[in-house]
Design a binder for this molecule. Structure first.
Ligand code: ZN
Length: 208
Protein backbone atom coordinates (compact mmCIF):
# COMPACT_ATOMS: atom_id res chain seq x y z
CA UNK A 1 0.00 0.00 0.00
CA UNK A 2 1.23 3.47 -0.80
CA UNK A 3 2.40 5.47 2.20
CA UNK A 4 1.61 9.19 2.31
CA UNK A 5 3.40 10.96 5.11
CA UNK A 6 1.09 13.00 7.35
CA UNK A 7 1.52 16.74 6.86
CA UNK A 8 -0.23 19.76 8.35
CA UNK A 9 -3.41 20.59 6.41
CA UNK A 10 -2.90 17.70 3.97
CA UNK A 11 -6.32 16.53 2.69
CA UNK A 12 -5.42 12.86 3.01
CA UNK A 13 -2.51 10.87 4.38
CA UNK A 14 -1.71 7.49 5.87
CA UNK A 15 -3.45 7.51 9.25
CA UNK A 16 -1.08 6.96 12.21
CA UNK A 17 -3.84 5.03 14.01
CA UNK A 18 -5.25 2.62 11.43
CA UNK A 19 -2.53 2.75 8.76
CA UNK A 20 -5.07 3.37 5.99
CA UNK A 21 -4.54 6.10 3.41
CA UNK A 22 -7.64 8.12 4.29
CA UNK A 23 -9.22 11.55 4.01
CA UNK A 24 -8.63 13.81 7.00
CA UNK A 25 -11.02 16.36 8.42
CA UNK A 26 -8.98 19.31 9.66
CA UNK A 27 -9.79 21.77 12.42
CA UNK A 28 -7.04 24.30 12.95
CA UNK A 29 -6.86 27.57 14.81
CA UNK A 30 -4.09 30.00 15.48
CA UNK A 31 -3.21 30.62 19.09
CA UNK A 32 -1.04 33.02 21.02
CA UNK A 33 1.46 31.23 23.21
CA UNK A 34 3.56 33.11 25.73
CA UNK A 35 7.11 31.94 25.81
CA UNK A 36 9.69 33.86 27.88
CA UNK A 37 7.28 36.77 28.02
CA UNK A 38 7.03 36.92 24.23
CA UNK A 39 3.86 36.21 22.38
CA UNK A 40 4.22 33.45 19.82
CA UNK A 41 1.74 32.81 17.12
CA UNK A 42 1.17 29.11 16.56
CA UNK A 43 -1.22 26.77 14.84
CA UNK A 44 -3.06 24.28 16.97
CA UNK A 45 -4.72 21.69 14.78
CA UNK A 46 -6.49 18.39 14.80
CA UNK A 47 -7.20 15.98 11.98
CA UNK A 48 -9.89 13.34 12.15
CA UNK A 49 -9.34 10.21 10.10
CA UNK A 50 -12.40 9.47 7.97
CA UNK A 51 -11.64 5.75 8.11
CA UNK A 52 -11.23 5.07 11.85
CA UNK A 53 -12.52 8.38 13.31
CA UNK A 54 -9.40 8.80 15.47
CA UNK A 55 -7.70 12.18 15.85
CA UNK A 56 -4.16 13.37 15.38
CA UNK A 57 -3.13 16.53 17.26
CA UNK A 58 -0.78 19.07 15.73
CA UNK A 59 1.20 22.06 16.96
CA UNK A 60 2.65 24.13 14.12
CA UNK A 61 3.66 21.59 11.48
CA UNK A 62 4.38 18.74 13.88
CA UNK A 63 2.16 15.89 14.98
CA UNK A 64 2.23 15.51 18.74
CA UNK A 65 -0.36 12.79 19.06
CA UNK A 66 -0.19 9.91 18.46
CA UNK A 67 3.49 9.76 19.30
CA UNK A 68 4.53 7.62 16.34
CA UNK A 69 2.81 10.16 14.06
CA UNK A 70 5.22 11.06 11.32
CA UNK A 71 6.92 7.69 11.02
CA UNK A 72 5.70 5.18 8.45
CA UNK A 73 4.06 1.99 9.75
CA UNK A 74 6.64 -0.70 10.45
CA UNK A 75 6.70 -3.47 7.84
CA UNK A 76 4.62 -6.39 9.12
CA UNK A 77 7.62 -8.72 8.72
CA UNK A 78 9.87 -6.54 10.91
CA UNK A 79 11.75 -8.66 13.48
CA UNK A 80 10.76 -7.83 17.08
CA UNK A 81 14.26 -6.67 18.10
CA UNK A 82 14.25 -4.16 15.25
CA UNK A 83 10.65 -3.10 15.82
CA UNK A 84 11.31 -2.13 19.45
CA UNK A 85 13.99 0.36 18.35
CA UNK A 86 11.95 1.50 15.37
CA UNK A 87 8.94 2.40 17.53
CA UNK A 88 11.13 4.05 20.15
CA UNK A 89 12.71 6.17 17.42
CA UNK A 90 9.23 7.04 16.13
CA UNK A 91 8.17 8.22 19.58
CA UNK A 92 11.08 10.66 20.00
CA UNK A 93 11.67 11.85 16.43
CA UNK A 94 9.83 15.15 16.88
CA UNK A 95 11.70 16.10 20.03
CA UNK A 96 15.05 14.66 19.04
CA UNK A 97 15.76 13.78 15.40
CA UNK A 98 19.39 13.14 16.41
CA UNK A 99 18.33 10.62 19.05
CA UNK A 100 15.92 8.99 16.60
CA UNK A 101 18.68 8.72 13.97
CA UNK A 102 20.97 7.03 16.52
CA UNK A 103 18.26 4.49 17.38
CA UNK A 104 17.55 3.85 13.70
CA UNK A 105 21.24 3.31 13.01
CA UNK A 106 21.23 0.70 15.76
CA UNK A 107 18.04 -0.80 14.30
CA UNK A 108 19.73 -1.13 10.88
CA UNK A 109 22.75 -2.80 12.49
CA UNK A 110 20.56 -5.32 14.30
CA UNK A 111 18.54 -5.90 11.13
CA UNK A 112 21.75 -6.61 9.19
CA UNK A 113 22.78 -9.11 11.88
CA UNK A 114 19.36 -10.79 11.67
CA UNK A 115 20.01 -11.12 7.95
CA UNK A 116 23.31 -12.88 8.61
CA UNK A 117 25.70 -9.93 8.30
CA UNK A 118 28.41 -8.75 10.71
CA UNK A 119 26.48 -5.80 12.12
CA UNK A 120 29.64 -3.72 12.69
CA UNK A 121 29.65 -1.49 9.65
CA UNK A 122 26.37 -0.59 7.94
CA UNK A 123 28.07 0.19 4.61
CA UNK A 124 29.80 -3.18 4.36
CA UNK A 125 26.67 -5.02 5.45
CA UNK A 126 24.47 -3.27 2.90
CA UNK A 127 27.07 -3.92 0.20
CA UNK A 128 26.92 -7.60 1.07
CA UNK A 129 23.11 -7.59 1.09
CA UNK A 130 23.15 -6.09 -2.41
CA UNK A 131 25.12 -9.16 -3.54
CA UNK A 132 22.33 -11.28 -2.04
CA UNK A 133 19.54 -9.55 -3.90
CA UNK A 134 18.92 -6.17 -2.24
CA UNK A 135 18.44 -3.62 -5.06
CA UNK A 136 21.46 -1.38 -5.55
CA UNK A 137 19.22 1.66 -5.24
CA UNK A 138 18.90 0.89 -1.52
CA UNK A 139 22.67 1.13 -1.15
CA UNK A 140 22.64 4.39 -3.07
CA UNK A 141 19.90 5.82 -0.87
CA UNK A 142 21.93 4.91 2.21
CA UNK A 143 24.86 6.80 0.68
CA UNK A 144 22.63 9.82 0.19
CA UNK A 145 21.52 9.66 3.81
CA UNK A 146 25.12 9.43 4.94
CA UNK A 147 26.41 12.18 2.69
CA UNK A 148 23.71 14.73 3.39
CA UNK A 149 24.06 14.19 7.12
CA UNK A 150 26.71 15.76 9.29
CA UNK A 151 30.05 15.96 7.43
CA UNK A 152 31.86 14.73 10.50
CA UNK A 153 30.29 11.28 10.40
CA UNK A 154 32.47 8.23 10.43
CA UNK A 155 31.91 5.60 7.77
CA UNK A 156 28.70 3.75 8.44
CA UNK A 157 27.50 6.25 11.00
CA UNK A 158 24.46 8.45 10.74
CA UNK A 159 24.38 11.57 12.84
CA UNK A 160 21.76 14.07 11.83
CA UNK A 161 19.25 16.50 13.22
CA UNK A 162 17.30 16.63 9.95
CA UNK A 163 13.73 15.38 10.18
CA UNK A 164 13.82 14.54 6.49
CA UNK A 165 16.80 12.21 6.83
CA UNK A 166 15.21 10.54 9.84
CA UNK A 167 12.14 9.86 7.70
CA UNK A 168 14.35 8.40 4.98
CA UNK A 169 15.89 6.07 7.57
CA UNK A 170 12.45 4.78 8.60
CA UNK A 171 11.68 4.10 4.92
CA UNK A 172 15.05 2.47 4.37
CA UNK A 173 14.48 -0.06 7.15
CA UNK A 174 11.07 -0.94 5.74
CA UNK A 175 12.48 -1.32 2.22
CA UNK A 176 15.29 -3.62 3.37
CA UNK A 177 12.74 -5.80 5.19
CA UNK A 178 10.42 -5.82 2.18
CA UNK A 179 13.18 -7.08 -0.16
CA UNK A 180 15.10 -9.38 2.17
CA UNK A 181 12.29 -10.89 4.29
CA UNK A 182 8.76 -10.13 3.07
CA UNK A 183 9.17 -10.71 -0.69
CA UNK A 184 11.20 -13.95 -0.43
CA UNK A 185 8.59 -15.22 2.04
CA UNK A 186 5.72 -14.38 -0.31
CA UNK A 187 7.47 -15.91 -3.31
CA UNK A 188 8.39 -19.12 -1.48
CA UNK A 189 4.77 -19.35 -0.35
CA UNK A 190 3.66 -19.24 -3.99
CA UNK A 191 6.28 -21.85 -4.86
CA UNK A 192 5.22 -24.25 -2.11
CA UNK A 193 1.58 -23.93 -3.13
CA UNK A 194 2.33 -25.19 -6.63
CA UNK A 195 1.18 -28.75 -7.35
CA UNK A 196 4.05 -31.16 -6.65
CA UNK A 197 4.15 -32.25 -10.30
CA UNK A 198 4.95 -28.66 -11.28
CA UNK A 199 7.68 -28.38 -8.61
CA UNK A 200 9.23 -31.62 -9.86
CA UNK A 201 9.21 -30.17 -13.36
CA UNK A 202 10.97 -27.00 -12.18
CA UNK A 203 13.56 -29.01 -10.26
CA UNK A 204 14.25 -31.13 -13.32
CA UNK A 205 14.59 -28.03 -15.47
CA UNK A 206 17.05 -26.48 -13.01
CA UNK A 207 19.32 -29.51 -13.01
CA UNK A 208 20.01 -29.16 -16.75
ZN1 ZN B 1 -7.48 6.03 10.73
Amino acid sequence: MKYIQPKLNEKSFTCPHCGVLAKQEWHARSMDFYHNGLSQYDILGSAKCQHCNEYSIWIKDKMFYPENGNAPFPNTEMPESVKTLYLEAASIQNKSPRGAAALLRLAIQILCKELGEQGDNINNDIKSLVKKGLPEIVQQSLDVVRVTGNDAVHPGQIDTDSQEIVNQLFELINVIIEYMIALPKKVSGIYLNLPSSKIDGIKKRDTY
